[in-house]
Design a binder for this molecule. Structure first.
Ligand code: SIN
Length: 426
């Protein structure tokens, strides 16, 4: 029988940071749908917010609340901001690099931030952090990693979770038992035609929660990033980081005129871009970096430079066409500040969870921070309240064999999003 102390579904930074913060004596299984590095955390460009000094606590909290339309859970926001320096020091200890400016760190700014407080590693901050977490998780002998495998259900009885059913390599389905299960399967971008997320991120944990009556919250709160590179090719939309605008880039319409304050909150800029596209009768607006960003573009934004060049645009010389794309999910499985869900022995962390920290619209570069803060807290809570519970035996069910989330599951999520939208419109 497959028996573990703790099972974690998902290997983005929320899943892995939870795993490495759990006790080394615990037998942990991490199940991830694709390869370890194919997570949205890996794609994060902009950076990670940190409270810069004592005076910054209040303004960082206020910026987060304002961007979130004051629908945020204030306690969650204060907890996240209050732990931000501790998290950065944890990351530095495991070898994460951030760009420096002289003796100190280099901080960048993005939309709706009242000051520069975002630490970054060029334009590949997610890769830097997630890469170091993967290295650490692989070093720990108590962590087993199962790649190319998908959690398709939880083993649940009387509102208690006893583990998961997982499809391994799209070949066989097996039950995996655990004392505690953590869902960290990321967002829902795979349900959208145009998204910056990996297509395999289809909200699997949300479908499971809806199916198993685990409470979900705000699942119609979906963020569209203002600037993905416009292309007619299908596939994942390539993000052009908001930090490019934070460092001076401007948006222009068909006539070559600015039409918006580029550093307003994301939802506002996105809506202005859609309005402008309508007025211009164009499928994009343009983002101009050259001549506006003061730093060395190739050094500061190497990945964006390279991708745009591959697509035929030299951002050091010309403007690029951009269009909004689905980017982030503020809703999710309802959780408290320690990642506990409405089901016993089931936790949810990262983008798949919702403790209300982001309100209705996430402040730029709060996603990595939020994932790290609340997954660390979940790990601490799991360890503190450890109690072994005997599990019943579940027979292996006959699930559909497709590796992708089934059409029925997709429709269930989409219908719930629509239902919530109707409720909110009333
Ligand atoms: C970006 O670099 O614009 C994305 C960062 C984020 O999603 O906060």
């Amino acid at each position: 029988m497959n028996e573990f102390d703790i099972i974690i579904a998902g290997s983005g930074i929320a899943g892995l940071f939870c795993a490495i913060n759990l006790g080394r004596e615990k037998n942990i299984l991490v199940i991830t749908k694709d390869a370890l590095n194919q997570s949205d955390s890996f794609l994060a460009q902009g950076g990670i917010c940190v409270q810069r000094d004592d005076e910054d606590f209040e303004s960082f909290v206020n910026d987060t609340l304002k961007a979130g339309h004051y629908e945020n859970n204030i306690k969650a926001v204060e907890t996240m901001v209050g732990m931000s320096r501790e998290i950065i020091s944890d990351l530095l200890k495991i070898g994460v690099n951030f760009d420096r400016d002289g003796d100190g760190f280099s901080y960048t700014k993005e939309g709706a931030h009242s000051r520069a407080r975002i630490l970054h590693f060029k334009d590949t901050t997610g890769e830097e952090i997630n890469g170091k977490l993967i290295k650490k998780a692989r070093e720990y002998e108590n962590i087993t990693i199962l790649e190319k495998s998908r959690v398709i259900d939880i083993l649940e009885k009387n509102n208690t979770c006893y583990g998961v059913a997982a499809r391994i390599n799209d070949e066989k389905t097996e039950n995996y038992y655990a004392n505690v299960t953590v869902l960290a399967t990321g967002g829902i971008g795979g349900l959208f035609t145009r998204s910056t997320n990996y297509p395999h991120l289809t909200g699997d944990a949300i479908a499971i929660a809806l199916d198993r009556n685990v409470k979900v919250k705000n699942i119609n709160y979906i963020q569209f990033h203002p600037t993905s590179l416009y292309t007619e090719k299908p596939g994942r939309a390539f993000l052009i980081s908001e930090s490019v605008r934070g460092e001076g880039a401007i948006l222009i319409n068909k006539a070559g005129e600015r039409f918006v304050d580029e550093l307003l909150p994301r939802d506002v800029v996105t809506s202005k871009i859609y309005q402008q596209m309508d007025k211009d009768n164009m499928p994009y607006v343009r983002l101009c970096i050259a001549g506006h960003v003061k730093t060395n573009i190739k050094e500061r934004f190497p990945a964006i430079y390279k991708k745009c060049l591959d697509e035929g645009y030299d951002i050091t010389k010309q403007c690029v066409p951009v269009v909004p794309a689905q980017h982030y999910f503020m809703g999710g499985i309802e959780s408290d500040l320690n990642g506990r869900t409405s089901m016993r022995a089931l936790y949810a962390v990262g983008e798949t969870s919702c403790n209300g920290v982001h309100g209705k619209n996430r402040l730029a570069s709060n996603s990595l921070l939020e994932s790290l803060v609340f997954s660390k807290r979940a790990a601490a809570d799991i360890m503190k309240n450890w109690e072994v519970k005997p599990h019943p035996i579940f027979s292996v069910k006959n699930y559909p064999s497709n590796d992708a989330i089934g059409e029925a599951d997709k429709n269930m999520i989409i219908n719930e999003i629509r239902r919530q939208d109707d409720i909110n419109a009333i």
